[in-house]
Design a protein around this ligand. Structure first.
Ligand code: HAM
Length: 422
């Protein structure tokens, strides 16, 4: 132990949520739940702790996330434990665990916090929350259309317009067919996909050289580049989205996604403002993930949408409502003297039974200062309690928003507050 004073900053790459940040977080989460539920998705959750094996078995392996980015430790019982870096293996575990009782197709959502040991930067932190919407047992391409339409609708519900963002779609199965058609060996495809993942972060020459070293053939590398850059594909999913009126969609053959478990459709959504280059969300179809628990695969498709990138997007496009309130109480009871503190609490207790959010002031500041502080916090009403008010059972209700007053007994005043709330 030392006498050195501790810093008040949170741990690297994680955030504190003071009430004003919490108000924004809550607004985002509420909109996420509302949208997911409007599509008939049911909420689930799980612990942040998972046995590390969940991320190591075949199908779930993701070298970067687990080798370089996971928070893994050995517990006191010698078990290897990981703070979940994503929710998809967890939902696959839960669905596989009850596969016999559950009704398919099944639609679930969750808002978990996830931990990744990343270098903190804009849009990337070590702890973030992520809306996860997934469907299991929906094999038809209309499931892909639905899940992307849900992602789209979430942004629209926040007030975004389609020109503010772009949906990029790719299809791994289709890409495999296109690669093999021009003579690429199947074993090289996953290396090419990984290279494509960083294609827009490296220059053309480096990309070309790395491609040549993967396929060992300069002409073939040229053909791959031509094939990737040709925008001639129309998939059922893109046509389906257009039928729902969703047109800000492009087919991007270089879109890779960092997870090995995706099998068919993959997609990401990007902010078009140029301010935020990290994807707002990413997802795809994974047909084999439940196979690590059971031989019978159940198909899954879903996405994750992060709160950090969501807030950046909303701030960039000025979509956050200005009136977002902290969870301040509706009413404050202010005694004129500390001898009346308990009287104030009695009145507060009665008003809470009428479903009003009430606090009392037990501070020692001057009355005027107490009232302005309360108004600054977003409190709407104040009742001043002195000897005379208690004796006469006649109180003044101050409306701090409109600077107006009403008089009456506590019962009458509570009715005014309740009626105004409606
Ligand atoms: P992901 O692409 O790793 O996918 O993450 C999805 C979204 O989560 C990203 O687009 C971004 O908004 C946010 N995100 C990811 N990492 C961070 C970070 N370090 N800091 C802040 N935000 C971050 C998945 O996790 C898949 N499991 C999604 C999924 C669900 N696929 C199917 N179902």
């Amino acid at each position: 132990m030392t006498d050195k004073k501790l810093k008040t900053e949170p741990y690297k790459g994680v955030r504190d949520f003071y009430p004003e940040d919490m108000a924004i977080q809550r607004y985002i989460f509420d909109m996420w739940s509302k949208t997911a539920e409007s599509f008939g998705y049911e909420r689930y959750d799980a612990s942040i702790l998972e046995p590390s094996d969940l991320y190591k078995s075949k199908g779930a392996e993701n070298a970067e996330i687990i080798n370089d980015q996971s928070y893994t430790f050995i517990d006191r019982g010698e078990r290897e434990v990981t703070l979940r870096p994503e929710m998809t293996p967890t939902i696959a575990r839960m669905v596989a665990g009850r596969r016999r009782e559950l009704k398919f197709p099944l639609r679930w959502y969750s808002i978990p916090n996830l931990f990744r040991y990343e270098r903190p930067q804009r849009g990337r932190l070590r702890e973030h929350w992520q809306l996860n919407c997934d469907m299991f047992g929906g094999d038809d391409y209309s499931a892909d259309v639905e899940i992307i339409a849900l992602a789209y609708q979430t942004l629209i519900n926040f007030g975004a317009t389609p020109d503010m963002f772009e949906i990029q779609v790719n299809d791994r199965a289709l890409m495999t067919r296109l690669y093999t058609a021009i003579g690429v060996n199947e074993s090289a495809i996953s290396a090419i996909t990984k290279l494509n993942d960083k294609r827009n972060k490296i220059d053309t020459e480096t990309y070309r050289n790395e491609l040549v070293s993967i396929v060992n053939d300069e002409t073939l590398a040229e053909e791959i580049i031509i094939m990737l850059d040709k925008s001639d594909e129309q998939t059922d999913v893109i046509v389906g989205l257009a039928e729902l009126g969703i047109n800000n969609v492009v087919f991007n053959k270089s879109l890779a996604r960092g997870f090995d478990y995706y099998t068919d459709t993959v997609f990401e959504i990007f902010d078009k403002s140029g301010e935020n280059n990290r994807s707002l969300l990413g997802g795809g179809r994974y047909d084999n993930l439940t196979q690590m628990f059971d031989n019978d695969p159940i198909s899954g498709i879903g996405f994750g949408m992060g709160d950090v990138t969501m807030r950046d997007f909303l701030e960039t496009h000025k979509l956050l409502p200005s009136h977002l309130k902290t969870t301040a109480p509706t009413l404050i009871i202010i005694p004129t003297d500390s001898a009346l503190n308990l009287e104030a609490q009695k009145i507060a207790q009665f008003l809470r039974s009428r479903d009003i959010r009430v606090t009392t002031d037990i501070g020692t500041k001057k009355l005027g200062k107490k009232i302005t502080d309360a108004a600054d916090r977003g409190v709407i009403y104040a009742i001043i309690v002195g000897e005379n008010e208690i004796k006469s059972n006649h109180f003044t209700l101050k409306n701090l928003e409109h600077n107006s007053e009403e008089n009456g007994n506590i019962d009458e005043l509570s009715t005014i507050i309740i009626t105004n709330k409606k």
